[in-house]
Design a protein around this ligand. Structure first.
Ligand SMILES: Nc1ncnc2c1ncn2[C@@H]1O[C@H](COP(=O)(O)OP(=O)(O)OP(=O)(O)O)[C@@H](O)[C@H]1O
Length: 299
């Protein structure tokens, strides 16, 4: 069973923000949504949650329509964080937990668990406005997961966090996935999606330009990368037929090649030229795939 979007479209007046989007998001997995600003990710999430009316199409979770406001099975971290600045963390989260079907004891137990896990137990009695932006985000994440949702939608969960907190949050979502939660998240950082997701979708102008399993997407792309480090100038390799991109860096270069066979030609071309320290054939990165399909990088 899964979350299924069938030809989902959202129009704002004459502008189409999401255009006949069909996706199958498998259960108990992590699904990544990539796309440039304005690609339609948040609009899609809001339609999945029933917070925004679809213009066309259908969305079902395990065969039934879903609504964030009616179901305690869904957790949501919105892009526009929405905690009350003047209220204490404890009061606010107990209140929100109760709205999601928990009693006070359960909400407090979960709150303590998460505050300890995020190494911030002292925030319990603080007002939200007293916390830094990144720490407010951790509290907002706890709000989304407090009631142990089965489907968790996270809009840009890692944005604005320092590297230590990014790791902490990543570990938390991996654990949630392993305990059976289905997680859908958006990110501008392709390496996060690459690291965490089995399935993904790259949105572009409201359409999915790439969609499916990460391994299959990379296999279908065909092109590979060759990493080279050598004690001689490698620039001549950009002229080898089948080399589609040449990137020089301090100690070597990265070549994008049309297919795996070209690596043999590269190997032959460097014979006898000097000392080669690294020669590696690598899968394309999601960034490579994004550049090819969308024509621009996020970074
Ligand atoms: N309420 C609205 N009225 C009119 N246009 C809207 C509305 N909400 C979103 N849009 C437009 O729909 C498009 C998709 O927006 P959306 O917020 O879904 O993008 P996104 O992929 O989440 O972008 P970002 O990465 O910047 O958050 C944008 O062009 C946006 O301006």
């Amino acid at each position: 069973m899964a979350l299924i979007l069938d030809k989902v479209t959202k129009r704002f007046g004459s502008f189409t923000a999401v255009d006949e989007l069909s996706l199958e998001i498998p259960e108990s997995q992590m699904f990544g949504f990539l796309g440039a600003n304005g690609a339609g990710k948040t609009t899609t999430f809001r339609m999945i949650l029933g917070l925004l009316e679809k213009s066309e199409g259908s969305i079902t979770w395990n065969g039934e329509s879903i609504s964030y406001n009616k179901s305690h099975l869904i957790g949501y971290l919105p892009e526009e964080r929405g905690l009350y600045p003047k209220q204490k963390v404890e009061d606010q989260l107990v209140y929100l937990g109760r709205l999601r079907g928990m009693n006070k004891g359960e909400a407090l137990e979960q709150l303590d668990y998460w505050l300890d896990r995020f190494k911030v137990p002292e925030y319990k009695g603080k007002k939200v406005e007293e916390l830094s932006k990144g720490n407010q985000q951790k509290i907002q994440f706890i709000t989304a997961v407090l009631h142990k949702p089965k489907l968790l939608i996270l809009d840009e969960p890692f944005s604005g966090l320092d590297p230590v907190n990014v790791e902490m949050l990543k570990e938390a979502v991996v654990d949630l996935k392993e305990s059976g939660t289905s997680i859908v998240f958006s990110s501008h950082r392709m390496e996060h999606v690459e690291e965490l997701c089995e399935h993904l979708c790259i949105m572009h102008h409201g359409k999915p330009v790439v969609h499916g399993g990460l391994r299959q997407i990379k296999r279908d792309f065909g092109k590979k990368n060759v990493m080279l480090r050598a004690d001689f100038d490698l620039s001549f390799l950009k002229n080898v037929p089948g080399v589609t991109r040449f990137r020089k860096f301090s100690e070597g270069c990265e070549l994008q090649i049309e297919n795996e066979d070209i690596s043999q030609k590269i190997f032959e071309a460097i014979q006898g030229k000097g000392f080669v320290r690294t020669f590696g054939l690598e899968e394309p990165s999601l960034n490579d795939i994004f550049i090819e399909k969308v024509g621009a990088s996020y970074e």
